[in-house]
Design a protein around this ligand. Sequence first.
Ligand code: GLN
Length: 278
Amino acid sequence: MTEMTRGIDEFRQESIKKLRAISSEPLREYMELFSAATGMSKTHALTNAFEFNSKRKENLHLLEEYISRRCMGVPLPYITGLKGFWKTEFLVTTDTLIPRPETELLVELILSEHKRKNLKILDLGTGTGAIGISIAEEKPNWKIIATDISLLALKTAKINSRGLKNINFVQSFWLNSIKASFDIIVSNPPYIRRNDPHLKDLSYEPRIALEGGEDGLSPAREIIRTAKSNLVEKGHLYLEHGYDQKNAVIQILQEHDFCAIRSYKDLSGHDRVIRANS
Ligand code: GLN
C-alpha cells in the first residue's frame, strides 16, 4: 500500500510522528508544510477536506518531499520560503538569515523609544529586510535605508518591501558606501565566534550572516568604529549581540566615546541588545 492509497488521517499521523523526531512543534510544522505544498490554508491540514484526486496527489507527493527534507534537518522556512517576523511574513532564501524572534526586540525598542515624526534610520546588514521593513511599515513618515553586502539578500529584501515608499536598499559593506547622516543606526550583525560548535547546527544558513570572526565581534567593532560619522549629534546606535557579549560590546562602545549605554534582555532572559548615544 502506498502513501496515496491510505487515508489523509493516517498520512497526517505518520507525518507528525516523523516530524516529532526533529521538532518540538511537529503539528505546527506539519500544518505549515501542508499549506506550502497544497496551497490550502493551514487549518485545512487538520480536516479531511483534502481528497486524493489526481491533482491533489501531486500536492501530496510534494508534501511528502517537504517532510523528508525537513526530517533531514533543512530549516522549515527554507522549505516553505516564509518566516513570520513582527507583523508580516517575510520571504526567505538560502542567501538570507532566517529572522529570529529575539531580533524583534530591536524593532520594539526603536518604536517605543522614539516618538519624533521625521526620523532617518539606517539598518545595516538587513538580510530579508525584517528590521528595516517592520519599522518602515509602522512609521510611514520615517525614512529608512537598509544595506547588505549581498546583492542576493537585497533582492529578497526588495521583494519583501513591495509597495513601501519609505525604505530604500543599498549595497554596502557596513558603512563603507554610506554618505548620509542618520538619527538611528540599527544592526543585527553576524556575531557567532568562528570556532563556536553552534555554527554546525546552522549549516543551512549563509555563514557570512552568522560568523563574526574569531571572537564574533569583528562586525560590531567595525560598525561602532565608523558609526559616529554617519550619526547626527546625539544619534542612537542599536546593536544585537550574543548572550555573552554584553560587556565586550559595552567596552568597545566606551572606547569610542559612546554614552548613555543601556542593555536589554530578550524574552528568554538573555542579554541581547545594546543601545548607545553618539
Ligand atoms: N541569533 C542567531 C543564532 O545564534 C545569530 C544571529 C546573528 O549572528 N546575528 O542563531
